[in-house]
Write a protein that binds this ligand. Structure first.
Ligand code: SF4
Length: 273
């Protein structure tokens, strides 16, 4: 039950409710702001989005979901990951100057009424500490050593890393692009280490042309996701064995009203994507 996502924990319902209340002193958020939550978020935040005309997104569909959100209201409050929101907004052609960051530790998110009124996207100050390990200089070093190499990153990486990458996309996208690349391609990959190791293992054997793909992790230091790593084979086996024996262990219960509202936000996503 201790497994989770430290980035998701940066946007709690009480912090988001307070932001909504504070925004109300400048504009009417229920008329002008679509709340958008990344799928890595708690059920109560999805319910908040369901209740306030908002929606859920994934790293694959974020630009499409932003387009839907702007068709509903003129602004977006995007949480918990600022980087996914910023990159997706950038891909839609929204200038960085029209995106502001909401710091939950500051009154009014640290923003002036003018900044809030001008903004198209209000980005929650959350981030994934694993993806923040990747820096533009790692890409510069790789390119200097391997000018023919390719760089691919997840949109949870910072804007400068995404900008310097040849490809940016979800986990599914990263797997697909690397799988479809020509034999002999060398890759620098900016995402969670377990996935990079799995890809490196999968493509290390030479194919019929005698060439293999070389896949390397973007950061020189390793930063494992400690919260996600709590989902491990022994615990999974323990849960499954208990289920087979007819016992449900670590049952997660969502209050019915919250589940209903969260479903509204999730269904909006499924309809829009
Ligand atoms: S790597 Fe860990 S902290 Fe980062 S988004 Fe994934 S689960 Fe959350």
């Amino acid at each position: 039950l201790a497994a989770g996502c430290s980035m998701a924990d940066m946007a709690t319902l009480s912090r988001v409710r307070r932001a909504w209340r504070e925004l109300s002193s400048v504009l009417n958020p229920d008329e002008t702001v679509t709340p958008v939550t990344y799928i890595n978020s708690s059920a109560d935040l999805k319910a908040f989005c369901g209740e306030h005309g908002g929606i859920v997104c994934t790293s694959s569909n974020a630009p499409k979901i932003l387009a839907w959100s702007f068709s509903q209201r003129e602004k977006v409050l995007f949480f918990p990951d600022q980087h996914l929101g910023r990159w997706s907004g950038h891909k839609m052609g929204i200038p960085l100057s029209d995106m502001v960051m909401w710091d939950w530790d500051q009154p009014m998110g640290g923003l002036t009424p003018e900044q809030i009124n001008k903004a198209k996207i209000i980005l929650w100050k959350g981030f994934c500490s694993v993806h923040m390990m990747f820096q533009p200089q790692h890409i510069d070093k790789f390119r200097a050593e391997y000018p023919e190499g390719k760089v691919i990153s997840h949109p949870e990486c910072c804007f400068e890393v995404c900008e310097k990458s040849d490809y940016v996309g979800s986990t599914e996208y990263i797997i697909k692009i690397i799988a479809e690349s020509p034999p002999g391609t060398r890759w620098l990959v900016g995402t969670e280490l377990n996935l990079v190791n799995r890809l490196a293992e999968e493509f290390k054997a030479p194919d019929e042309t005698g060439q293999s793909k070389i896949i390397q992790f973007m950061a020189p230091t390793v930063c494992m996701c400690s919260t996600m790593a709590r989902i491990d084979p022994p615990h999974l086996a323990w849960c499954l064995e208990n289920l087979v024996a007819g016992h449900v262990v670590n049952r997660i219960t969502v209050p019915p009203q919250e589940a209903e509202l969260a479903k509204v936000a999730l269904e909006r996503m499924l309809d829009a994507s």
